[in-house]
Each structure stands twice: as structure tokens, then as C-alpha cells.
Write a protein of this length. Structure first.
Length: 285
């Protein structure tokens, strides 16, 4: 096992400096601009028509998915279904990320879901959470996400924070452990429903020693679905965009279309908005 793989297994994340080259980033920049414009146009059209996002997606099964900021129905918080909406990303970017994850884990992985967080100025704080609790409608128990930064991620604009050693920090008292393809990993106590839906319970989050992980445009951060993480709000004057491509082991099946089929059918379900700064995350579960 390589040093990188050992570090990933132990910590739950690893940083690949400049994991994507200039050509890759140009492809993502062009794709991002086109999809962001489409997302803005969708929000504007729905605001004018009065149709809800929930009703719109029930009758549009191949459209880019957009979620607005909690305080502005016309401002894009995030968009999803990137691979299904953009051929350049599908052909050039996703295979490269898959190769990184296959090498890191020693197993074959397939794309499970994707999204881009706009992280607008003054907004975009994501509370401490584990991604795995948002995926439990499907059989895979282990996922690896590739985070790609289209803008430098700094402490000022809300970079990701990961733990130094969360398993050691939280201990095992009252913690549920799950058998995964790598080893037994903990599912930490989280709030169910209400304004903190999906967040790690505060007394547990307070035990964790957190480190900010700054990143340059083009860096790739790989992290599994059990490692806790969060980000602060963007205190800069510019948007801090990041794309997230989540993969599951190929042996567990391919769920990309199933995931987005369920998301369109249940758009308002807070399960699909865990720990995110949107109105949907605040709904009762």
C-alpha cells in the first residue's frame, strides 16, 4: 500500500496538489459557466411562473438540478447532475477522478452523484456532518468524493475543515460502527429533523480537533463519506466555487440515475440537503 493510500485510510482524506491540469481546469471553467447560467435561468423562470422546484423536477427528468440560497430564491446555492448534463465533464474529468480513486483504494469505483457549491459572498456555511447519512437510501456503505476547487479555497472564503484524528477524538462510547471496504468506520450521532438536520451533534463535534485545508485552483481533495467536515461562510467579496464528484465501489452497483430519479421525485426531502445552507435543509424530516 502506498504512503498516500495509508494516509487516506488513516485520516479519511488526502490532498492531490494540482490533480487537474490547465486543460482540465479550462474544461471545468467553461462547463461551470454554462451550467451556472442555466441554473440562474431556471430560478428566474420558475420565480416568474410561480411553479415550485419540487413540481418542476417531477416533470423534468433530465434537467440540471438547482437549489437556491436560503435568503434569495434567485441566487444559486448549488447545482447538481453535472455528469448527466455536460458531455465534456463526462468524457474528460470524471474518468480522471475515477482513476485517482481506483488507484487510491485498489478497487474500481463508479460515479454516484455530483454537485457544484457556489459559495457566494456572505453565505455558504456548511455545518459539521458526515456525508454517509445522506446516502443511506441506497445499498453502498462506502463512498469517496473528489472535491475540485475552481477558485482558490482560503480560510477567508470558507475552505473545508477536516479532523486531525476524529476516531481517536470521539472514542467509541455510544458510537455506531459500520463495516466498509476499508475498515470499520463510525457513524457519529447527528440531529434528525429541525434546523440542524444532519449536523453532527454539538457535544460530539466539540471533541474533534479540526484543521483548515486550504487549496489552490486545480487541487483535488479526496475524502470518504465517513470523515466529518465543515466549512465556514465566505467572508470574501468573491464566489468560491467547488465541484464535488462522489463515487461508490463498482461492486455495489451503479446508482447515478437512480439517485437523481429519487431526488427529482422527492426534491423537498431534507435527506437530500443535509447540513447545507438552504431552506430545504431546515424542513422537518
Amino acid at each position: 500500500m502506498s504512503t498516500r493510500s495509508e494516509s487516506f485510510k488513516a485520516k479519511g482524506f488526502v490532498v492531490l496538489p494540482q490533480g487537474l491540469n490547465q486543460d482540465d481546469m479550462a474544461t471545468l471553467e467553461n462547463s461551470s459557466q454554462a451550467m451556472y447560467q442555466r441554473a440562474e435561468a431556471l430560478l428566474a423562470a420558475l420565480a416568474e411562473s410561480g411553479e415550485s422546484l419540487s413540481d418542476f423536477y417531477k416533470r423534468n427528468d433530465d434537467e440540471l438540478i438547482v437549489v437556491p440560497e436560503i435568503d434569495d430564491p434567485l441566487k444559486v446555492c448549488r447545482y447538481e447532475y453535472i455528469d448527466g448534463s455536460n458531455a465534456a465533464v463526462n468524457n474528460q474529468i470524471v474518468p480522471k477522478l475515477k482513476a485517482y480513486i481506483d488507484e487510491l483504494t485498489g478497487s474500481e469505483f463508479v460515479l454516484f452523484k455530483d454537485k457544484c457549491n457556489a459559495k457566494n459572498p456572505g453565505g455558504g456555511a456548511f455545518d459539521p456532518h458526515q456525508d454517509v447519512i445522506a446516502y443511506d437510501q441506497f445499498s453502498p456503505k462506502y463512498h469517496v468524493t473528489a472535491a475540485i476547487f475552481l477558485d482558490d479555497a482560503t480560510i477567508e472564503n470558507g475552505c473545508l475543515h477536516f479532523p486531525e484524528d476524529y476516531i481517536g477524538d470521539v472514542g467509541d462510547t455510544g458510537i455506531e460502527y459500520v463495516e466498509t471496504p476499508v475498515w470499520r468506520l463510525p457513524v457519529l450521532p447527528a440531529y434528525n429533523g429541525g434546523p440542524d438536520n444532519g449536523n453532527i451533534q454539538q457535544d460530539v463535534a466539540d471533541k474533534i480537533r479540526w484543521n483548515p485545508i486550504t487549496a489552490r485552483r486545480g487541487d483535488v481533495v479526496l475524502f470518504d463519506s465517513y470523515v466529518p467536515h465543515y466549512s465556514e461562510k465566505n467572508d470574501s467579496q468573491k464566489t468560491r466555487r467547488a465541484m464535488f464528484f462522489t463515487f461508490n465501489a463498482a461492486a455495489d452497483g451503479n446508482f447515478y440515475q437512480d439517485y437523481y430519479g429519487m431526488k427529482r421525485a422527492e426534491f423537498d426531502n431534507p435527506k437530500f440537503h443535509v447540513a447545507t445552507p438552504t431552506a430545504h435543509a431546515k424542513l422537518e424530516g
